[in-house]
Structure formats: C-alpha cells, structure tokens
Design a protein around this ligand. Structure first.
Ligand code: ATP
Ligand code: MG
Length: 349
C-alpha cells in the first residue's frame, strides 16, 4: 500500500494564494510519480482572517495543526494590518509552539538565472538560523514619559539548551555536505549574550572533529556573502542575523522569490512548517506574476523532511531544468507567469 501524508496548507495572504496552489500542483505530480499520496486540508488564516476575526488563527489553531505530518505555508501580512502582528500571532506562535527551533534556509545557484554578484562560482550553502529565542523573544518595553523623552528596550535571550540544539543540527547537516560550519556572531560588541553563544558552539564543535569549524562576525560575513559566497557550506547564526542574512542570500541567488525554507522540529515531535523566505508581496498580488520557485523549493525541503528524498531531488532537478530552459518570471527578467513556472516544473519532473 502506498504511503499517505497529511499536509496542512496555509496559503496566508497576498501572493501566498497564488504560489501555494502552484506548489501543491507540483507536489501532487511528484507524489504520483514516486508512488505516495498527499492528503491536504487548507486553512484560510492570516492577516485577511485577522481583519474579520481579530486574530490570525483560531485559538485552537496549533491543536488543529498538530494532527498533520507537515505544514505548507505561504506568507502572512497585508498593508492594512500592523506589521508587528503577523510575526507575533502566526509565525512566532507556530515556530515556538511546535519547537521549530531550526530555520533551514538554503542558498544556491539556479542555472540560467543572472545573479547580481561577480562570482561565477557555484554557490551552495545552507543558513541554519536559530528560530525560537535570541533577539526575537519579544521581551522588553517602552518608557515614554513625554514627547521629548523616551526609550525602547528589547532583550535578547540565549540559553544553553537553545544554542546546543541548533548547533547539533548544523554540525550534523554539515556531515552530509562539505563538512564545514561557519558560525556567525558579533561577540566583540555583544559581549554577554553572543560570547556565551560562541562558547557553547565551540563546545558542541568538539563533538564533531570531522567537521571544520570557523567563526565570523556578522559585518564581515555580509561582505563575504557578496564577495565570496562559495566559501560557505553551513552557516550557523542567531535569529536576527539569520533573518537578515537570508534576505541577502535570496538576493545573492538573483531574487527573493527564489528562496525556500523549512521551520524544522528535528525530533519530529511536532509538524514542521515550510515556506518561501519572502513575504506576501501585496504589491504584485493577484496578477499571476509572482515567482513560485521558492515556494516549490519549499515543497522539496518538506518532502525531504518527511522522508521522500527521491521526490525532493526530482523537484530540484525539474526546477534546474526549467530555469535553464529560460522559464523565468518578471523579477528574473523573464515573462513567464506563476502558473507557467509550475507547468514547466511538472513537465520536467
Ligand atoms: P515580510 O515582512 O513578510 O518579510 P517584506 O515586507 O519583507 O515581507 P516581501 O513581501 O518579501 O516584503 O516583498 C519584498 C519585495 O520583494 C516586494 O517588492 C515584492 O514584490 C518582492 N517579492 C517578494 N516575493 C516575491 C516573489 N515570489 N516574486 C516576485 N517578487 C517578489
Ligand atoms: Mg522580509
């Protein structure tokens, strides 16, 4: 009997409603080819839902999602909704509620896509971003006594448990790749939190003597992402730095629309969530011009996570074939529509 996976689908807002269905078409086609099936249930949560219900997802949302093998997510956010809310009410809730402490964000060259950087070398690395603590714990406050005075404070929290578990993921991942971890920090100025982060990571590194371990500061690393991106294999970094570096990673590839990602709970005690690295892009929504490659790549990362590695590889090969044939969306200088891209990927599976 063929395996069936239960996937929760949360398209979200804006272009999520266009690229998620295209990604699902690719998943269905690849499943049929590789002899497994996908059962999906769609949830209309996000900023649109918030405008009607005053919350991004129902109070029992996490409980509902628990029953699934994975969550295939687009993006949440609309111009009419305060942009500090989506992170708090959907993304942060799912990431922390399901212990998705790894944000796995690969960066690679797509054949046939022009990149904005000089390096002609093949780029292939993974940003492993700590996803549940650090700078994003939302602990702090504002003191606003009057118009002329005030201050805002956010506290970063790095725990041994939080650092160790994401570090183990990065070193194990490096073992399956080119065996190098570059850990990115700023412990020369954030002398309490990030020097603790460094210390714990160095301890974990000792358990992986076969993996090369390097440390780099965030300022230098942003320059290296542009000047010598080929030196990276696994980039291990904090929540905030990982957030920034992944947009830079998207740009290095040629467009934000190209990046896929997984919010991963490596122990599989809860479902993991797979989404493109970009937002809901309301400025281009509803026109069938959004680039779905990152959303489709996220499907491949999801299939790999649930154990369908051959199907995942098949999607990646089909993506490469499609971009090298020149099936490129407007952001990549082409004229293919969102659905043209999915058609091409399905044809090339
Ligand atoms: P978020 O806060 O959710 O990260 P954002 O404000 O950073 O969102 P995005 O929605 O990521 O913004 O959009 C940034 C820019 O990139 C916009 O001009 C958008 O049109 C473009 N963009 C993002 N994703 C895509 C895509 N898949 N295809 C084409 N253009 C995209
Ligand atoms: Mg963004």
């Amino acid at each position: 009997m063929s395996k069936t996976y239960k996937i929760a689908v949360v398209p979200g807002d804006g272009i999520g409603n266009e690229i998620v269905p295209e990604g699902l078409r690719v998943i269905d086609a690849v499943a049929e080819k590789h002899g497994f099936s996908i059962e999906t249930e769609s949830f209309g949560w996000g900023a649109g839902y918030y405008l009607k219900h005053n919350e991004f997802m129902p109070a029992n949302g996490l409980e509902t999602l628990k029953a699934f093998d994975a969550i295939y997510f687009g993006s949440v956010g609309l111009p009419a909704v305060d942009d500090t809310l989506p992170a708090k009410d959907y993304t942060f809730k799912v990431r922390t509620g399901f212990n998705q402490y790894v944000n796995h964000r690969p960066v690679r060259t797509y054949p046939g896509v022009t990149r904005p950087i000089r390096s002609e070398k093949h780029i292939d690395f993974v940003i492993v971003r700590e996803n549940t603590e650090g700078e994003f714990v939302q602990m702090g406050g504002q003191y606003l006594p009057d118009e002329a005075n005030g201050m805002g404070i956010d506290t970063s929290v790095f725990t041994r448990k939080g650092i160790e578990r994401v570090a183990h993921y990065a070193f194990k991942l490096a073992r399956t790749r080119r065996k190098k971890v570059t850990h990115i920090t700023k412990s020369n100025t954030l002398i309490n939190s990030l020097s603790y982060w460094d210390r714990v990571i160095k301890e974990v590194a000792q358990e992986y003597p076969d993996v090369k371990h390097e440390q780099m500061y965030i300022d230098n690393s942003t320059a290296m992402f542009v000047l010598k991106p080929e030196i990276f294999d696994v980039v291990l970094t904090t929540n905030l730095f990982g957030d920034i570096l992944s947009d830079l990673g998207g740009a290095v590839m040629g467009s934000l629309g190209l990046g896929g990602s997984g919010n991963i709970n490596p122990e599989k005690e809860f479902p993991s969530m797979f989404e493109p690295i970009h937002g809901s892009a309301p400025d281009i929504a509803g026109k069938n011009i959004a680039n779905p490659y990152g959303q489709i790549w996220s499907a491949a990362i999801m299939l790999e996570h649930i154990g369908e590695v051959e199907a995942a590889n098949n999607i990646m090969q089909a993506i490469d074939k499609s971009t090298s044939e020149g099936v490129l969306t407007v952001d990549l200088g082409g004229s293919a529509s969102t659905s043209d891209v999915a058609d091409a990927v399905i044809k090339n599976l």
